[in-house]
Design a binder for this molecule. Structure first.
Ligand code: GP9
Ligand code: MN
Length: 621
């Protein structure tokens, strides 16, 4: 390289643009590299993987910033704007990741209000040290304004500019795609994509994936349905009828979503006081499932609702409630309608939240009792809406007027991040970890337990109780991985990756008046709820439905619970972050113990995506 050409004079404006270009790319690259490790906890397995990630990120930045050179004027302003925009995208990801341990996807932007929007939940996630993430922006601004470095001319020989920069943009990404070729098939594993492409190429890939999936429903011709049908049939083949098949025939089905309630709260005390005194007793009179997992993703409660009603996997990006309400579905309300059931959902929040008012029409609900059906005042509401105790109180008169038999779904709300409670509703003292959010969680769960107790006290006074079965379950986690240190303090052990999966257990109770309580240890997930309810009602899955769940009351040693990111658990093994663990010993074991499940799990997640993205159920009518 001709060094003298590096120091020859170039026109001053051009010179400033080049310095800004160089610094923008390098500063942003440095910032992201730090965040890969400390902000996003990307687990790189080897030195080469780490280097590739650095270079793909550098390449993406060079590519994006190079666009500025397409303009002949205002380049400094353009570089600065790009820098600001990329920093905003980065910070958006940092905030989202802090709670959800996940990366932003295009659909998340469309459901912005539902992931906290600009509410207290978001403010809770902002930390004072975040200002450091904007230092480079200030530095660049000063550089541009005061024309720092103007005495040093930055000249890049044409040859170098034409070869080195394109080389840096293209070669690392090609190498990385080759190195991580698996991500094409596992495009639901977002950490793997970010690891393979770097954050900014990940976002481009996500935009590409989303536009592709929108096209899928236009292009689908139904030819894929047969293969999926075969798979579903085979999965259910040889399933014996459960002993409780049809035991609840014709009864009302009352489902209660326990907001953010995880299994670890059961039978646990804080300062000698039970967190869930009612539920601890209730489980003795119910079928209780201690090995039941939530399978939700970015759609949170709406995913739990979608899974329950459709027995399909949620999308890896965004919520079906928001993205796919024009599809044809064969949801639980529709199936039950064929058996003369009326369906209603009850929720003390706005009807538009999670696009419920539209989604419920798609799924066949007859009535949605939302915020406007309740008397909501400053005193009886907190956080997202009506307090649980008032919610149940005000819902009962509506419930008793529904035509029987009915399927009624209650969505509780008070135990929602950031777990706010008025002092008069705090029924136990909070633990005293350094994370207030974690401490508050236990008090809102205790409040929720009280609300459920009141509901059952009231309902037992009416004849609804004897004519109904009750299904109560946690919709998703409340305490995300980010708070593991504080949570570990309360639970009394240090949380490791394998514990993370066990912490995704949520309590499930099926209470059938007249049937003795027992613990059912089957390993299952929310995907299995619909099959279990239909099993109890003595109704079989309709021919025109494609669903992947299995009744939790039938025995099957090949069961697995697959999660949206491709991890899974069985009665013996758990597969987490590409590592196989024995559940008995908690130790890593050889991959071959987990590998027999790989193919079915990948198939199921892909088939489910195909059903949703291709709107395939319309071909089965
Ligand atoms: C709000 C309720 C809670 O209406 O569904 O939403 P979440 O954040 O848990 O999905
Ligand atoms: Mn929820």
């Amino acid at each position: 390289m001709d060094v003298t050409s590096m120091i020859q004079k170039v026109p001053s404006a051009q010179n400033r643009d080049r310095w800004i270009y160089l610094f923008s790319v390098l500063l942003l690259c440095l910032k992201i590299s730090i965040l890969y490790k400390w902000g996003f906890q990307i687990s790189v397995q080897s030195f080469w993987e780490a280097i590739l990630l650095e270079f793909t990120t550098l390449g993406s930045l060079l590519a994006i910033f190079s666009l500025g050179f397409l303009s002949k004027r205002h380049r400094t302003k353009i570089f600065f704007t790009i820098h600001l925009l990329l920093t905003a995208i980065l910070y958006g990801n940092v905030l989202y990741y802090r709670f959800y341990i996940d990366f932003v996807t295009v659909p998340v932007l469309f459901q912005f209000k539902n992931v906290g929007g600009l509410s207290q939940s978001t403010l809770e996630l902002i930390k004072f040290y975040d200002v450091f993430l904007f230092l480079d922006v200030i530095l660049l601004f000063i550089m541009a304004k005061h024309r720092l470095f103007k005495q040093y001319s930055l000249s890049i020989p044409k040859k170098v500019g034409k070869t080195v920069i394109p080389f840096l943009i293209i070669v690392p990404i090609l190498l990385s795609c080759f190195f991580h070729s698996g991500f094409w098939n596992q495009s639901y594993d977002k950490e793997l994509i970010v690891k393979s492409l770097g954050l900014y190429y990940y976002h481009m890939f996500d935009i590409y994936q989303n536009s592709k999936s929108s096209m899928k429903s236009v292009l689908a011709d139904g030819s894929e349905v047969k293969e999926i049908e075969r798979y579903v049939k085979k999965k259910r083949e040889h399933d014996p009828l459960s002993e409780l098949h049809g035991v609840a025939k014709g009864k009302n089905v009352i489902v209660i979503f326990l907001e953010s309630t995880q299994e670890f709260v059961m039978d646990r005390e804080i300062d000698g006081q039970e967190i869930t005194p009612f539920l601890n007793e209730f489980k003795k009179e119910s079928l209780y499932f201690p090995n039941f997992y939530h399978q939700t993703a970015q759609g949170k409660t709406s995913d739990a609702e979608f899974i329950l009603d459709n027995s399909l996997y949620p999308l890896s990006g965004g919520s079906v409630f928001v993205r796919r309400t024009n599809n044809h579905f064969v949801a639980l309300p529709e199936i039950l309608k064929q058996h003369q059931y009326y369906s209603a959902s009850f929720h003390g929040n706005d009807a538009f939240f999670w696009n419920r008012e539209i989604a419920y029409q798609t799924f066949g609900y007859d009535r949605f009792f939302s915020k406007e059906d309740y008397d909501v005042t400053e005193e009886n509401s907190i956080n997202y809406g009506l307090k649980d105790i008032d919610f149940f109180k005000q819902s009962l008169p509506y419930l008793s007027q529904l035509p029987e038999p009915y399927y009624a779904k209650f969505l509780t709300l008070t135990n929602h991040f950031p777990f706010l409670l008025d002092p008069e509703d705090q029924l136990i003292s909070a633990p005293e970890t350094e994370q207030n959010m974690v401490n508050r969680y236990f008090t809102t769960v205790r409040y929720e337990d009280e609300a459920i107790k009141n509901f059952f006290d009231d309902i037992k006074q009416s004849d609804i109780y004897d004519n109904s079965i009750f299904v109560l379950f946690g919709d998703h986690y409340g305490i995300s991985k980010s708070y593991n240190d504080a949570l570990g303090e309360v639970l009394g052990y240090q949380i490791t990756p394998k514990d993370d999966m066990e912490l995704q257990k949520v309590p499930l109770f099926i209470h059938i008046p007249g049937i003795k309580g027992q613990e059912v240890t089957t390993v299952g997930g929310q995907m299995d709820l619909r099959a279990t309810i239909l099993d109890l009602l003595g109704i079989s899955e309709p021919e025109e439905a494609l669903s992947f769940g299995k009744s939790l009351l039938t025995h099957d040693k090949n069961r697995f619970v697959a999660f949206r990111d491709g991890s899974f658990t069985t009665n013996k093994y758990s597969y987490i972050e590409h590592t196989c663990y024995s559940k008995k010993t908690g130790k890593k074991v050889k991959r071959n113990f987990c590998s027999p499940y790989f193919s079915d799990i990948q198939k199921e997640l892909n088939y489910s995506d195909k059903v949703i993205n291709g709107d395939l159920l319309r071909f089965l009518e």
